[in-house]
Ligand binder design. Structure first.
Ligand SMILES: Nc1ncnc2c1ncn2[C@@H]1O[C@H](COP(=O)(O)OP(=O)(O)OP(=O)(O)O)[C@@H](O)[C@H]1O
Length: 299
């Protein structure tokens, strides 16, 4: 488990993180979302022991992160700006990682070679940007990390490779309970793999939620009646938003789907559909409820 307890950090006079509390459970995938400059990279660097917080505690598996070789051996930080030794091939970089990471798995490295289909003898600097990012994933996953910390990991990858990598990540979580935290500006980019999402804004964690709980608790309802409906059909339901589109009424309703259907069926609708919301829609309605304009935060 990764635990950030009241983490604060300033650069000179600028306060970049302000008492951030968050928890990433073992074997889960946590999406850390926020706009440019929100503080995501700073938090991830503290989490991976690259920089030290001014206040608060950052622990992984109960151990303080900073200057802790045990934690570093089980954690891999894939930065948004990749760094490789400029003259090294993939093979040479792999040999270097093999000496640093006790979990290095040669078989995994060879398996992934087939998947990525990149020449391991080629200098990494001679690969394209997207290919270099694939090399970074190839090496990272070969270290068999217990904790994988990813900063904007999908930037510059094409759709096919992105899907391939997401599958690999999910597989490692399922097979060996790897824990992942992923930062992104883009909710759509991470919603298909994360089971938890936190939103950071101006150095503060605005909210964090379990995605399954969120999805189970909020629904888009489309309903139509033979005759002009009364607005009273919604009475007794927790409606976050509603509008009429011709004879069809559309509403965002919080609650258990079975209860909502049972309530609305008493009015004998000719159409009654409960549709899933995208995660972005859920956040807009949830945050709207909390008084924040999420559209302006997650561009
Ligand atoms: N080394 C540094 N020295 C001074 N200020 C810094 C440094 N690193 C980051 N900052 C400042 O800290 C704030 C948060 O930056 P950070 O990189 O953590 O944000 P971010 O959420 O990752 O942004 P982005 O999505 O643009 O990568 C910014 O205002 C940035 O200017």
């Amino acid at each position: 488990m990764i635990t950030s307890n009241n983490i604060s950090k300033s650069y000179e006079k600028e306060n970049v993180l302000n008492k951030v509390n968050l928890q990433v459970n073992k074997g889960s995938i946590y999406g850390l979302l926020g706009s440019n400059g929100a503080g995501k990279t700073t938090l991830l660097k503290i989490m991976s022991g690259i920089i030290k917080q001014d206040n608060g505690e950052m622990t992984i598996s109960g151990r303080e992160v900073f200057e802790n070789p045990q934690v570093k051996a089980s954690t891999f930080f894939l930065s948004d700006s990749l760094y490789f030794f400029s003259q090294y091939s993939v093979k040479q970089m792999a040999d270097f990682f093999k000496d640093i990471y006790p979990g290095w798995d040669k078989e995994r490295f060879l398996k992934l070679e087939k998947l990525f289909q990149l020449d391991k003898k080629k200098k990494i600097s001679q690969f394209s940007k997207g290919m270099q990012r694939q090399v970074a994933f190839w090496l990272a996953l070969s270290t068999m990390p217990e904790y994988l910390i990813l900063d904007e990991p999908f930037d510059g990858l094409d759709a096919v490779v992105r899907k391939k990598i997401k599958n690999l990540l999910v597989q490692d979580v399922a097979d060996r309970e790897m824990t992942i935290i992923i930062s992104s500006h883009n909710l759509r980019e991470v919603e298909d793999i994360c089971d938890y999402v936190g939103i950071i804004h101006q150095g503060r964690l605005l909210l964090e939620k379990d995605i399954d709980d969120l999805k189970a608790d909020i629904h888009k309802v489309q309903i139509a009646f033979r005759e002009e409906p009364e607005d009273t059909v919604w009475n007794g339901l927790e409606v976050l938003y509603k509008e009429s589109r011709g004879s069809v009424m559309l509403a965002i309703v919080r609650g258990i789907d079975g209860d909502i259907i049972q309530h609305l069926e008493q009015y004998h609708p000719v159409i009654l559909d409960l549709l899933p919301l995208t995660l972005e829609e859920i956040f807009v309605y949830e945050m709207g409820d909390a008084g924040y304009a999420i559209e302006n935060i997650l561009v």
